[in-house]
Design a protein around this ligand. Sequence first.
Ligand SMILES: C[S@@+](CC[C@H](N)C(=O)[O-])C[C@H]1O[C@@H](n2cnc3c(N)ncnc32)[C@H](O)[C@@H]1O
Length: 264
Amino acid sequence: MTAIEKFQVSIEAAEAYEELFVPGIFAEWAPLIVKATGVSPGQAVLDVACGTGIAARTAADVLGGSGTVVGTDLNESMLTVARRVRPDLTWQQADAQHLPYPDRSFDVVLCQMGLMFFDDRIAALSEMARVMTSDGKVGLVVPSKIDNQPAYSRLTEIVADEAGPEGAALLSTYWSCGDADELTSLLNSARLTVVALYEHPGTASFASADDLVKTEIEGSPLYTRITEQTYQRIRERARRALGEWETNGRLHAPLRGLVVCAGK
Ligand SMILES: C[S@@+](CC[C@H](N)C(=O)[O-])C[C@H]1O[C@@H](n2cnc3c(N)ncnc32)[C@H](O)[C@@H]1O
């Protein structure tokens, strides 16, 4: 199976991503990555692993019609939703590890919550560096490591308990780039130098704890590998474990992440 085949999801899943995940988690980070990289009018901006395009859209709003924005993702359904929401921007299917652009063609390359999923992260970062101008910037957002995630570490413990370590490992990809020192040396291996790096105390906002669990589990490969009984037990336990972050009929669970700006 090629990388492009592996990452295809249905159009319904991509619409659900835009409806639930983007406002619940990802919209918060887009202004931070755009600010960290100093996106400004007139620039050419590339959003790698753009999903439904929240970082690209946020950059386009800053450019205000002066400059160009291109969003790329492996997943054609994500791009279909991105095109529906912002038909005025350019959306193109591409693997982060093989970007189809000439050297030095973008002032800013953004990659928000994508690096963890790449098989060869150094290759992807090297591609971002290659297509960036010599004084350009690469911006990354990744979730912090699991030890810094009080709510998500509880969820992972419950999954490990109910679905075994293999089940927990399926969720562990999310946290795999969240160590600041390891991330810095990964960037250095791709000949990029950190200009700024900080941890932001973000929030996962959902209608309820159960909604977060449903969205996270049903959107992960774990869902197809566990029985309905195991899934219901995870939901029941996680509802109680995450209850402390429910206030006024809504869940606001902590989700910490690293915001990075790097140059050549
Ligand atoms: C958690 S989503 C983040 C999407 C978006 N940046 C956002 O902030 O909403 C991760 C995205 O990475 C994409 N992806 C995974 N591997 C990829 C690759 N090798 N090249 C390009 N996109 C990839 C997936 O299709 C998915 O849309």
